[in-house]
Design a protein around this ligand. Structure first.
Ligand SMILES: *[C@@H]1O[C@H](CO)[C@@H](O)[C@H](O)[C@H]1NC(C)=O
Ligand SMILES: *[C@@H]1O[C@H](CO)[C@@H](O)[C@H](O)[C@H]1NC(C)=O
Length: 678
């Protein structure tokens, strides 16, 4: 390898300097300085090599969780899910904590290991642009229709109706959307300039890194990695550091990797049916689950896909949500990116892209004959969401942008400085009115650390059902306010890491004992009469290995093997046990495509062109028979494509574009009507 040869050469040079009888001490020092500069630079490039390798091996995503079990086959030990995806668990007795264990993740090629996460439901500041200022995610209100009843049984019946409306997506009687609010919690990482003092990445009510300095943390990790020991409290993280730059005089400039988990209240409308289970066979075998049962297990993972069925897409629902989330400049930020002299444009609006928010796709402004070009961040990373920032705490890279790069003189250069953070989604949590609903009017005594909160568990109170053992009110780490009668069942599933207890006794303001259940966030709510067990946490984190060519081949193979009838035509010889039932014919029909064509247009400077839209027969039927509208992406022509919403007008029998790149009409003059091709 060239880099190794390089190093060997440099070492020989050092040796030569050290033993040569140099007359002039200064000369020797100068040469030593030069060698250090070269060596530091070589180290920096060595790190780049590792990152580049890791980037091409997989996508940004979760790679591995801590292994706790084993079996007779390798899949009994976890990769990224054991009985729960990414070691998710419940701390619903805490006001605003989502339980999540340790994991190894990769963001833009940087691999790191987290502490036990148990992150709090907080979001970037909406009023301040200062570094890492956050605010609490607001909980949904309680429907006034529930509060209007005096009698507890009636309140409960009404509250159940709201849950039913949410589950059935039925807004006719009760507009559940005001009270059932999804939030997206995401993992964010960046190279930081805070390289000495330990900087706790983010708040948790249960965990914090056990070290005072980065050096101490590195030594702790080196020790546990060498000895195989485990920190009992899972409070070590492996966060790499790197040489970010080498200055003119040869000193290395270091940067420290750090990460945090934050959440964001989603504004885009999403539905429960947008979540599609992602099959994970090891988890299914481990839990003995059929494919249908699997979605109701803790081990399940989901993807966001509003359509029924799979197809090629570009930007999708996830892009829509992520572009609502700012990077480290918080919600008020506005940054434009014009590196290489090309302005980056938003794929949804065709307006200049605000790069302070997370995105993976962008367009570049029309550049003469080529028209617009669509690109994505990174070389081949499906999940690389990036946001630009101006924070000094984030390590910068510089680039000399020259008008005449290939000349030696008069190159006319300016220095471009850029800072970025990276993010991937982790999970979507539905907040419900239960987070606030307090029909017994039990006193909330605030943060667990305050002296008022001490009275909750004073004198050996442990939540028992007698007035001397019941909790005296609640606090942020003992949050039980939901009437036990609201649920029919016990807590669902269990994990060694859960802290939630069944029903506990809590004193109300008059000293009466009330039987209540925990009111924080849960993976599954205990059974509700008439509705069963409802999921409120949907893990949607991407997986590193999915970016490898082996996984892609395997996933295609899994599709074919798991749906033999549908994919019969792909078998080299049809398996003898693939039944040839009448459904097969219908299935084959579904593999056909219907093509809709956009009218021709001839705008300057894009030039004469049209586009096609390709629909599966199933989608075609949805349009024409179920009068649904579909979000589709047109073919790429003359360097651009359009994101369109299409419906079918029954009275005229025509297919129409109702939205094109989030406008009513396509910018380049295509007609709203589409012609089918048969
Ligand atoms: C990196 O170092 C070079 C000198 O080697 C300097 O010109 C450049 O500004 C530095 N970049 C940053 C981001 O400090
Ligand atoms: C409960 O706590 C309050 C303080 O918040 C205290 O005044 C009251 O006496 C306590 N009740 C009992 C029964 O201990």
């Amino acid at each position: 390898m060239i880099t190794t040869l390089h190093l060997a050469g440099l070492l020989a040079l050092i040796a030569a300097i050290l033993i040569a009888p140099v007359a002039c001490q200064e000369d020797r020092l100068e040469r030593l300085e030069e060698v250090t500069r070269l060596l530091s630079r070589q180290l920096m490039l060595q790190q780049l090599y590792v990152d580049e390798k890791s980037r091409s091996d997989g996508d940004s995503g979760i790679k591995q969780i801590r292994v706790g079990r084993d079996g007779t086959k390798p899949f009994y030990t976890a990769a990224f899910a054991e009985r729960a995806m990414a070691s998710m668990h419940d701390h619903s007795d805490l006001l605003r904590t989502s339980g999540m264990g340790e994991f190894i993740a990769v963001l833009n090629g940087i691999e790191f290991r987290t502490r036990h996460n148990d992150y709090k439901l907080v979001m970037p500041s909406t009023t301040s642009g200062a570094y890492h200022v956050t605010e609490d995610i607001p909980f949904p209100e309680v429907p006034p229709e529930v509060e209007a009843f005096k009698n507890l049984d009636l309140k409960i019946i009404e509250m159940r109706q709201w849950f039913q409306a949410w589950q059935n997506r039925d807004r006719s009687q009760r507009d559940y959307r005001k009270y059932f609010k999804p939030i997206l919690c995401y993992l964010e990482g960046a190279w930081s300039t805070d390289v000495t003092a330990m900087d706790e990445p983010f708040d948790s009510d249960r965990h914090r890194i056990e070290a005072f300095s980065w050096k101490e943390l590195q030594e702790n990790i080196r020790f546990t990695s060498y000895t195989g020991d485990k920190n009992t409290f899972e409070n070590y993280a492996y966060l790499p550091n790197t040489i970010m730059n080498v200055t003119e005089d040869g000193s290395p400039v270091f940067a420290q990797w750090n990460y945090r988990i934050l959440c964001h209240p989603i504004k885009t409308h999403i539905k429960l049916t947008d979540f599609k289970p992602v099959d994970m066979l090891p988890t299914r075998i481990l839990t003995g689950s059929t494919y249908d049962a699997y979605a109701n297990k803790r081990g399940a993972r989901f993807s966001l896909n509003p359509d029924d069925g799979d197809r090629e897409v570009k930007w999708d629902l996830l892009d829509k949500i992520m572009r609502e989330i700012p990077g480290k400049d918080n919600y008020m930020a506005r940054i434009k990116d014009e590196v290489y002299g090309l302005r980056k444009m938003d794929v949804f609006t065709n307006k200049p892209l605000n790069t302070a928010f997370y995105h993976r796709w962008y367009k570049t402004e029309e550049t003469g004959a080529n028209g617009q070009e669509t690109s994505r961040r990174g070389f081949a990373d499906r999940n690389l969401f990036m946001a630009e920032t101006t924070q000094d705490h984030v390590a910068p890279v510089t680039y000399e942008q020259c008008l005449h790069p290939r000349k030696l003189q008069n190159r006319d250069c300016t220095t471009v400085v850029k800072r970025f953070s990276y993010a991937i989604p982790l999970e979507i949590i539905w907040l419900t009115p239960l987070n606030k609903w307090n029909p017994f009017n039990i006193k909330y005594k605030g943060d667990a650390k305050t002296s008022l909160a001490e009275s909750v568990k004073a004198d050996g109170r442990h939540g028992g059902r007698t007035s001397d053992k019941a909790y005296n009110g609640t606090h942020s780490k003992c949050y039980y306010i939901t009437p036990a009668e609201f649920f029919d069942g016990k807590e669902v599933g269990s994990d060694a890491a859960d802290t939630t207890r069944g029903s506990v006794g809590v004193l109300d303001r008059k000293g009466g004992v009330r039987l209540v259940k925990a009111s924080g966030v849960r993976i599954f709510l205990p059974e509700i009469q008439g509705l069963g067990v409802l999921r409120t946490r949907y893990p949607i984190m991407p997986v590193y290995a999915e970016g490898s060519p082996i996984w892609k081949e395997l996933e295609a193979l899994r599709e074919v093997v798991m749906n033999m009838n549908k994919y019969k035509k792909y078998f080299k010889s049809v398996p003898p046990f693939a039944p040839a039932d009448p459904a097969t014919l219908e299935q084959e029909e579904e593999d056909d495509k219907v093509v809709l064509r956009l009218s021709e247009s001839n705008p300057e400077p894009v030039g004469l062109h049209d586009h096609t839209l390709s629909l599966s027969v199933m989608e075609y039927k949805q349009l024409t028979m179920k009068s649904r509208s579909l979000d589709l992406v047109t073919s790429m022509e003359n360097g651009h494509s359009h994101a369109v919403t299409v419906d079918f007008d029954e009275t005229t029998g025509k297919f129409r574009i109702t939205q094109c790149d989030e406008r009513y009409r396509c910018f380049d003059g295509h007609s709203v009507f589409l012609e089918p091709e048969f």
